[in-house]
Design a binder for this molecule. Structure first.
Ligand code: BES
Ligand code: ZN
Length: 384
């Protein structure tokens, strides 16, 4: 018997406290190839029971304007082009000089602000306000650059208020080759998402401030050197990851439909928790990611970080990198540590800033800065 059948029978007998009589029905993809339909409020009971899914409602019906290339495919069947990545680093001096400027005080200030919103739940008013704050912060960083060198796009998701934000630093020679640094801005309290607070310090305030700091440093470097990267560099701040990768699916499905060429995507989700300070490391995720790109990320960690990596798996498409790979784009994901050593307070009121290490977040900033400096001018060719 399939997991979904067991699960659906249990959902029938246990009424959900948040169920409303005319709730929308959502179509969810569980694991490799199971597709089920449930009431919206049942999504949260599934997650509370450890049943993972992505929400493909929008793409599932026959009238859907966009189709997901992966809908009828297993992850192993999704074709991701194989690009060549650097096999040794060539910008050590520059990367080390940029990362010596990491400002943990500013990261602390940003994380304090992000966690001060009651919740960043994507359907909530405060989740919309937190996106507005993030947008103002990004504008502040980017407005130092000449206007024609960058653009900022707000993605309006129609079905909910919190928008995703895309920051684009235009490539000067091969702007069609896009390097993406991603993180999700929303938080959730899985017990009662619309009612209870969700500070979401680690999940994913930490990844958001990691990327904000890397962006700030990159803009400072751009200003001092005056040269644009050859490739386009984008920073994505997704909405609604906690609802089943909703925001990033919108973004990457649109990119696939527009035949954009994303050559690398790196996700930052949970970058601040260290379970055992004696064994501090980062976790390199090896499932639902792209092996060649992941090898390059390991090189970046070995070259630029003060701590090692441990290979680990989620067992499912646990964050927005999944939306990239499922749409045929190469993606990778580095998390705060081995899966079993990650923060157990996430999705609750206890996911707070005082439990996190800013030194550890700074190590993640080095991964982002190292990656964009090494890939910004890299000439991408596909492996034949
Ligand atoms: N940050 C988590 C993913 C995560 C959790 C990775 C714990 C490693 C350890 C992410 O925000 C999340 O909550 N993902 C959902 C799945 C998503 C598709 C709804 C999850 O893991 O339950
Ligand atoms: Zn989460």
């Amino acid at each position: 018997m399939k997991l979904s059948s067991l699960l659906l029978s249990s959902l029938l007998v246990i009424p959900s406290v948040t169920a409303f009589p005319f709730e929308p029905i959502k179509v969810l993809q569980l694991g490799e190839d199971e597709i089920i339909s449930v009431k919206e409020s049942d999504k949260w009971s599934l997650l509370r029971r450890g049943i993972k899914f992505i929400d493909i409602t929008k793409y599932h019906n026959k009238e859907a304007k966009l189709s997901l290339p992966f809908l009828n495919k297993k992850p192993s069947e999704t074709v991701v082009p194989v690009y060549e990545y650097p096999t040794n680093v060539t910008h050590s001096k520059l990367v080390n000089s940029i990362t010596s400027q990491i400002d943990k005080g500013s990261m602390h200030e940003n994380l304090s602000k992000l966690t001060s919103f009651f919740t960043r739940y994507y359907k909530s008013e405060t989740g919309f306000q937190s996106a507005q704050w993030l947008s103002t912060k990004i504008n502040e960083i980017m407005s130092k650059l000449p206007e024609d060198k960058y653009s900022i796009e707000h993605i309006d998701h129609k079905d909910w208020k919190q928008f995703s934000i895309i920051v684009r630093i235009h490539g000067s020679e091969t702007p069609e080759s896009i390097v993406v640094m991603g993180s999700h801005q929303d938080s959730i309290n899985l017990l009662l998402p619309s009612i209870l607070p969700a500070p979401g310090a680690d999940d994913n305030g930490s990844g958001t401030v990691t990327n904000l700091e890397a962006l700030r440093l990159y803009v400072e470097h751009y200003l001092s050197e005056g040269n644009a990267p050859l490739n386009t560099i984008e920073f994505h701040f997704y909405s609604a990851e906690e609802g089943g990768l909703l925001g990033s699916l919108d973004v990457f499905t649109q990119y696939a439909a527009l035949e954009k060429k994303v050559v690398a995507m790196l996700q930052q989700d949970m970058t601040g928790y260290v379970m055992d300070p004696e064994d501090e490391h980062v976790g390199v995720i090896t499932d639902y990611t792209t092996p060649g790109l992941t090898d390059f990320i390991k090189l970046i960690i070995d070259s630029y970080l003060a701590i090692p990596y441990v290979e680990t798996t989620c067992g499912y498409a646990c964050s927005d990198h999944g939306s990239a790979t499922k749409n045929g784009f190469p993606a990778s994901f580095v998390i705060e540590g081995e899966f079993k050593k990650t923060n157990k307070y996430i999705h609750s009121t206890m996911d707070t800033l005082d439990r996190l290490s800013f030194n550890h977040m700074a190590e993640h900033v080095k991964i982002v800065v190292g990656s964009i400096i090494e890939l910004g001018d890299w000439k991408f060719t596909t492996h034949v």
